[in-house]
Design a protein around this ligand. Structure first.
Ligand code: F0G
Length: 433
């Protein structure tokens, strides 16, 4: 039986208990018990065979790795065949992608698009597991605080599971696209004054008081699902290890998940070395970066401000877990400006792939680390794009309409308002360009 262990004082708890924190106040992680059995039964071939499987639940890019994720009876599993997301590169005639490789100054680049999950973000990988655990525990209602993607994902999976769902949102601080998703999927949407960090505190109190199951990434089962991003990415690379894995950091759940997944694959003998991990934060929401700069001697809390609303987080819940990941992978934490994020987003969008602003931090960060020669030009880099282009249409439109005050729309594309008399002139100009 797997168990829960405190990340700080090592006290253990049963997975059948509803618990997110140790008595000491720190968060918990799922520990796998039976490594010998897993080593005997699991290998690359099993996962590769399941890639072509139509059998439930292995068609899901999360449950393909079920033994490492949540070894429960299939009768509890709530899945939407999440995962199976594309790993893009400049290979196979992808001219669009070459815009990204020249932007970052690096040829050997892959981008895994987690925005291609059912509700448009990587959160679905954690949510299928969190909601399945909710079914195992027999809870009636679930909740989360969110900058918009967790709430969209939870609302959708709760609907699939027939559970009551409450989402707590910082009022006026999430995109209309994300707000419309959680409303439409049928969650009770509760908008509160204050920022994400304040709402996160409130939801923990509410969940304890009303015995509602909390499905933020503080819930260790969410992390178990999100580990599969790295399992699937490495499988797509034929289990070759890139030099770097790069992703944005907000509440730092995903950092924790990807690192945990890597450590477990190594323990299992499926990989024999680790890539370095680079976490990218927005300059205005950079507590993890500030802490990294002190060698993690100090922990910071900031009032978060950035155009990338998904990572507008000033007091990350998974700080300790993420710190261990950076230390254990010889990783780095970098910060990028909002202008860097907007430029990177415009280039990713124009490549034909597209993503939301928080995801563009990945590419902006790669560019910055290449510029600083921390990532070398001959390194192989795999970045994670965390959310879909349609998650924040306001920013995209305002950028191209040059209406983002204080920012330069240097990669803006053309939008014409014209009439049938002059239309041919504009098309000719564009063709001749
Ligand atoms: N990218 C996107 C698109 C996100 O939605 C988030 C987090 C992150 C990156 C950062 O991931 O928090 O695991 O470090 N969104 C959360 C939410 C907080 O409520 O949707 P993290």
């Amino acid at each position: 039986m797997n168990y829960l262990k405190c990340v700080s004082c090592n006290i253990t708890y049963s997975t059948s208990e509803v618990r997110y924190r140790c008595d000491c106040g720190e968060i918990l992680e799922v520990k796998i018990t039976d490594w010998n059995k897993l080593k005997k039964n699991l290998n690359k071939k099993i996962f590769d065979d399941r890639l072509s499987s139509k059998e439930f639940p292995y068609q899901s890019g999360v449950w393909r790795y079920k033994e490492l994720v949540l070894p429960v009876s299939d009768k509890y599993i709530i899945t939407k065949s999440e995962g199976n997301t594309n790993l893009y590169s400049g290979l196979n005639n992808n001219k669009g992608f070459q815009k990204i490789t020249s932007f970052v100054g690096l040829q050997n680049l892959h981008l895994k698009h987690e925005g291609e999950n059912p509700t448009g973000s990587f959160k679905d990988r954690g949510m299928t597991v969190g909601i399945t655990q909710a079914k195992v525990l027999g809870v009636k209602a679930v909740a989360c605080a969110s900058t918009g993607n967790t709430s969209s994902s939870l609302a959708s999976y709760a609907a699939a599971a027939g559970l009551k769902c409450f989402v707590f949102l910082p009022k006026g601080k999430i995109t209309t696209s994300k707000l419309s998703q959680s409303i439409a999927y049928g969650a009770v949407n509760i908008q509160l004054d204050g920022d994400f960090d304040a709402v996160m505190k409130t939801v923990q109190k509410v969940c304890n008081e009303y015995k509602i199951y909390l499905l933020n990434s503080i819930n260790p089962f969410r992390i178990e699902g999100q580990k599969t991003i790295i399992f699937e990415l490495l499988q797509q690379l034929d289990w070759q290890i890139p030099d770097w894995i790069v992703l944005p950091g907000g509440n730092l759940g995903n950092t924790s998940a990807i690192g945990k997944g890597l450590f477990e694959l190594k323990k299992l003998g499926i990989i024999n070395k680790l890539p370095r991990i680079a976490i990218i934060q927005a300059e205005g929401a950079n507590p993890f970066y500030l802490s990294f700069k002190t060698g993690f001697k100090k922990k910071f809390e900031v009032r978060a401000r950035t155009v990338a609303s998904a990572i507008r987080i000033g007091n990350p819940v998974s700080f300790i877990k993420a710190k261990k990941i950076i230390e254990g992978t010889n990783g780095v934490v970098e910060q990028v400006s909002d202008q860097d994020i907007l430029d990177a987003k415009a280039v990713i969008d124009a490549s034909g792939i597209g993503c939301e602003p928080a995801s563009a931090a990945t590419v902006a960060g790669i560019k910055k680390l290449v510029g600083k020669k921390i990532i070398k030009k001959d390194h192989q880099v795999a970045g994670i794009l965390t959310g879909h282009i349609l998650k924040d249409p306001e920013i995209t439109l305002n950028y191209h309409l040059k209406k983002l005050s204080g920012y330069n729309s240097r990669y803006a594309n053309s939008i014409f308002e014209t009439n049938t008399r002059t239309i041919s002139r504009e098309i000719r100009d564009f063709l001749d360009d």
